[in-house]
Design a protein around this ligand. Structure first.
Ligand code: ADP
Ligand code: ZN
Length: 292
């Protein structure tokens, strides 16, 4: 089966062709310019590469509700030119009968890990990307979670540690998860590129404290069977055991499940830096199945 994938990011778009096993055969990327120009490039690509369905994991916020008047829109983004843009409309105008799966980039990445990667076979999993921002996607009882809009778990408020005087970087919430722990917050707090901070720098213990705290909240609210952490900051693989330690400290023994202590409870995406594009393949596959 030939499936199309669009990974729509704020700085670049990646389009590709793959199959129902999450194998990618071809990929092309280009900078995110205006919605018209960017979507036209996606359309031109799929005019050249015939596919049976297209999955589109997009930066947000978006409207993923098929019953809504603004289904398929990027909604309130501060990204110039993109607020209230009908990105799925552009695709359906060009390919009227094509099944299209549209979701947040992180819900897509979460589904990709469920279909093809670290969470294969599980009915409950959560995926976070910790990079320029923090976004979370959730798969709950066999479905991606949308609800009112879609989860925005990167903006949950966290308790600031006593020794941290940083005011937080989120323009909406100051010291939310993203405001405290995304790459730009690390860099502003410590005045140094996150990539260059040495392994023994206190930044990493504080980072693990915030991520661990956020994951404890997620365990308490969504009860995932596995948590997958991707994004630039998580290339610091020494963070994983530290995050597990803090998550369990915050839970304080309240949930008696051995899995919480296991090394494979909090993991790097099995699809690695392909998580985004494979996530969109998973969205395409889901859309194709829904049309059958
Ligand atoms: P985006 O979120 O824009 O898709 P990334 O996931 O690569 O992109 O995240 C970029 C952020 O991650 C930057 O703030 C950068 O400082 C941080 N980052 C990237 N690589 C590393 C690394 N190896 N160690 C720590 N931080 C990193
Ligand atoms: Zn916030």
């Amino acid at each position: 089966m030939k499936l199309g994938a669009i990974e729509g990011g704020g700085t670049k778009f990646v389009v590709g062709v793959g199959n129902e096993h999450g194998e990618v055969f071809d990929r092309v990327s280009f900078p995110t310019t205006s919605p018209e120009e960017t979507m036209q490039k996606c359309i031109d690509y799929f005019k050249e590469h015939e596919v049976e369905a297209i999955g589109f994991g997009c930066f947000g916020p978006i409207d993923p509700d098929r019953n809504s008047k603004t289904y398929g829109y990027v909604t309130t983004t501060p990204k110039p030119g993109w607020a209230q843009s009908n990105v799925v409309g552009a695709l359906t105008d060009a390919f009227p009968d094509m099944p299209i799966g549209f979701d947040t980039d992180v819900n897509g990445a979460c589904l990709g890990e469920v279909y093809f990667g670290a969470a294969k076979g599980l009915k409950n999993a959560v995926y976070f990307t910790i990079g320029t921002g923090i976004g979370g996607g959730a798969y709950v009882e066999g479905h991606l979670l949308h609800g009112l809009l879609h989860p925005e778990m990167g903006h949950m408020k966290l308790i600031v540690r006593e020794d941290d005087s940083y005011k937080g970087k989120c323009p909406y919430h100051g010291t939310c998860f993203e405001g405290l722990a995304a790459g730009p917050a690390i860099e502003e707090r410590w005045g140094q590129s996150a990539k260059e901070l040495p392994l023994d720098h206190p930044a990493w213990d504080l980072e693990a404290y915030y991520i661990g705290q956020a994951l404890a909240n997620i365990v308490l609210t969504l009860s995932p069977q596995k948590i997958i952490l991707g994004g630039g900051v998580m290339h610091q693989s020494h963070l994983f055991p530290m995050i597990s330690k803090y998550m369990n400290q915050f839970l304080n023994g309240y949930i008696q499940k051995d899995e919480l202590q296991a090394e494979d409870y909090i993991v790097w995406p099995e699809l690695g830096d392909n998580a985004g594009l494979c996530g969109s393949l998973a969205l395409a596959l889901q859309a194709k199945k829904e049309c059958e």
